[in-house]
Design a protein around this ligand. Structure first.
Ligand code: SIN
Length: 482
C-alpha cells in the first residue's frame, strides 16, 4: 500500500484544459515487483486527446504573450514544488515502474533539473540582427514558439522524459499535450497536480491518460492543430509516428532505440571501467536506451575484466524497489522478461557461456538475475538488438580499428562508451564512433547540460542543453527596407 505524505498527489484522472477529468472507463496500474494494484486510472482515447489539443490550441497565444520572465517564474515555482514533493513522487514512480527507490529519487531530481534549466533558458531566447544584403536592407531573425506540442513518453523514465519535453515547450511559449505510457501514468499526473499548484494557466499543460497508445498517438500525429510531436521510445514506433506526421509535414523530435557499445582498451583503468560498466549496464535494471548493450574488451585484459565484472555483479542486491538497499528491481512486464530470456537462450544455443546469473530470480515473477555472457558473437540476437534487461554480453577484440568497425556495425547511433588512458586514442576513437553521445572513461552520460540524442536510426533532434529549446522554436526572417 502506497503511503504518501500528501495523498492528493496520487491522481488517477486526466488533466485537460485545466480540469481534472474522469472517464467511465479505467485501466489498472500494477506494481511490477509484486503484481499489486497501484490504482485504477481514467482511460481516455482519441476523444480525450482531441479535447486536450483544443484546449492547448486555445491557450497557446496567451501563453506565448507572457514575458519570458513570467513564464520562467512559473516554471521555477513548479520546479520548487517538485523538489518539495520529491519523496512522494519517487514513491509513486517506484510503485508503478518498479525501479529502486534510490534511482526514483534521482530521477525526480533529474526531471526537475530540466524544468529549472529551461526556465533559465526562457530568458535567453535571443533573436538576431544580420548585416543586410543591400544598402537599405536590415535582416532580423525572430524566434517564435512552434505552437501546440504533442508528447509521447515511455515507462522507463516516467518523470524525466516528460520533464525534458514539457520544460522547453513551455519555456518557449508552446502549449503541451502529454500522453504518458499506460504502465506509468501516475508519474505524469502528479506533475500536472504540481503544475496546477504552481499556477501554470489552464490549457497550457494537459496530460491525457489512456490504454490505447496507437489510437492516442495517431490523433496527436494527425491532428492539424498540433505543430510538433516529441517522442521517446522504440525505433519501430518512431517510424510509424513519422509516417503519421507526414500528412501535414509535422515537425518531429525522436529519441529512439540504441545498441550501445562499451569498449575497454588494454590501457584503461580496469576498476574504473568495471564501475562505469555497472552504472551503464544496470541503471534501471538495464532498461534504458543508453545502457551498455555490447561490451568489447581488448584481448590482453579480457579475462581479468570478465572475472571482475562477474564478481561485482553477483553483489548487486535484487529486490522490491521500495527497499532502500535494492540495486536491481523487476523488469517492467512479461514482454520485457520474454525478450531477455529469448536473447539469452539464443546466445547460449549459439555458444555463449554464462559466467554469472542466467536465470530468473526467486524474488518474483519479473525479476531476472544480473548476467554476464562470454564468447558472444555477431550472429546472436543480443548483438543486433537492444536487450533492455540485465544481461552483459562480452566480446573479445584485438585492434582499435577492428573494434571501431564492430561498434559502428549497427543501424543505431545513440550512446557509446569507451575506456582508455591514451590521449591520442581518445580523440581518434571519439571522432570515429558514429554515435550522438560518447562517454569517455565514464558510464554515466545523462545530464541536463549536455545535448541528448542520437544519429542513424536512434533519432532526430537533441534534448536538454542550450540546443534543446531549438526544436520548439521557429525562425522568422524579417527583411526590412529602411
Ligand atoms: C533513456 O531514454 O532510456 C535514457 C534517458 C536518460 O538517460 O536521460
Amino acid at each position: 500500500m502506497l503511503k504518501l505524505n500528501d495523498p492528493t498527489l496520487l491522481e488517477t484522472r486526466s488533466f485537460i484544459g485545466g480540469v481534472w477529468e474522469n472517464s467511465k472507463n479505467t485501466f489498472d496500474v500494477v506494481n511490477p515487483a509484486d503484481g499489486n494494484l497501484v490504482a485504477k486510472v481514467a482511460d481516455f482515447g482519441k476523444t480525450g486527446v482531441r479535447k486536450a489539443i483544443d484546449a492547448a490550441y486555445a491557450a497557446q497565444k496567451d501563453w506565448a504573450a507572457y514575458t519570458a520572465k513570467e513564464r520562467a517564474d512559473i516554471l521555477l515555482k513548479w520546479h520548487d514544488l517538485i523538489l518539495e514533493n520529491q519523496e512522494d513522487m519517487a514513491q509513486i514512480l517506484t510503485a508503478e515502474m518498479g525501479k529502486p527507490i534510490t534511482e526514483a529519487r534521482g530521477e525526480i531530481g533529474y526531471g526537475a533539473s530540466f524544468i529549472r534549466w529551461f526556465a533559465e533558458e526562457a530568458r535567453r531566447i535571443d533573436g538576431d540582427i544580420i548585416p543586410g544584403h543591400q544598402r537599405d536592407k536590415r535582416i532580423l531573425v525572430l524566434k517564435q514558439p512552434i505552437g501546440v506540442v504533442g508528447s509521447i513518453t515511455p515507462w522507463n523514465f516516467p518523470n524525466a522524459m516528460i520533464a525534458r519535453k514539457v520544460a522547453p515547450a513551455l519555456a518557449s511559449g508552446c502549449t503541451f499535450v502529454g500522453r504518458p505510457a499506460e504502465l506509468t501514468p501516475l508519474s505524469a499526473t502528479v506533475m500536472a497536480v504540481l503544475a496546477e499548484r504552481a499556477g501554470i494557466p489552464k490549457g497550457v499543460l494537459n496530460i491525457v491518460t489512456g490504454s490505447d497508445a496507437a489510437e492516442m498517438g495517431k490523433e496527436l500525429c494527425e491532428n492539424t492543430k498540433v505543430q510538433k510531436i516529441t517522442f521517446t521510445g522504440s525505433t519501430r514506433v518512431g517510424s510509424i509516428l513519422m509516417q503519421q506526421c507526414a500528412g501535414d509535414i509535422k515537425k518531429l523530435s525522436l529519441e529512439l532505440g540504441g545498441n550501445a557499445p562499451f569498449i575497454v582498451f588494454d590501457d584503461a583503468d580496469i576498476d574504473k571501467a568495471i564501475e562505469g560498466c555497472l552504472i551503464s549496464k544496470f541503471r534501471n535494471a538495464g532498461q534504458t536506451c543508453v545502457c551498455a548493450n555490447r561490451i568489447y574488451v581488448q584481448s590482453a585484459v579480457y579475462d581479468k575484466f570478465a572475472k571482475k565484472l562477474a564478481d561485482a555483479m553477483s553483489d548487486l542486491k535484487i529486490g522490491h524497489g521500495s527497499e532502500d538497499t535494492t540495486k536491481i528491481g523487476p523488469l517492467i512486464s512479461k514482454t520485457g522478461l520474454a525478450k531477455v530470456e529469448d536473447h539469452l537462450s539464443d546466445a547460449t544455443s549459439k555458444g555463449a557461456k554464462v559466467l554469472t546469473g542466467g536465470k530468473r530470480s526467486d524474488k518474483g515473477e519479473l525479476f531476472f538475475e544480473p548476467t554476464v555472457l562470454a564468447d558472444v558473437t555477431n550472429d546472436m540476437k543480443i548483438t543486433r538488438e537492444e536487450t533492455f534487461g540485465p544481461i552483459a554480453p562480452l566480446y573479445k577484440f584485438e585492434t582499435e580499428d577492428e573494434v571501431i568497425e564492430r561498434a559502428n556495425d549497427t543501424e543505431f547511433g545513440l550512446a557509446c562508451y569507451f575506456y582508455s588512458n591514451d590521449l591520442s586514442r581518445v580523440w581518434k576513437v571519439t571522432e570515429a564512433l558514429e554515435y550522438g553521445i560518447v562517454g569517455v572513461n565514464t558510464g554515466l552520460i545523462s545530464s541536463t547540460e549536455g545535448p541528448f540524442g542520437g544519429v542513424k536510426q536512434s533519432g532526430l533532434g537533441r534534448e536538454g542543453s542550450k540546443y534543446g529549446i531549438d526544436d520548439f522554436l521557429e525562425l522568422k526572417y524579417v527583411c526590412m527596407s529602411v
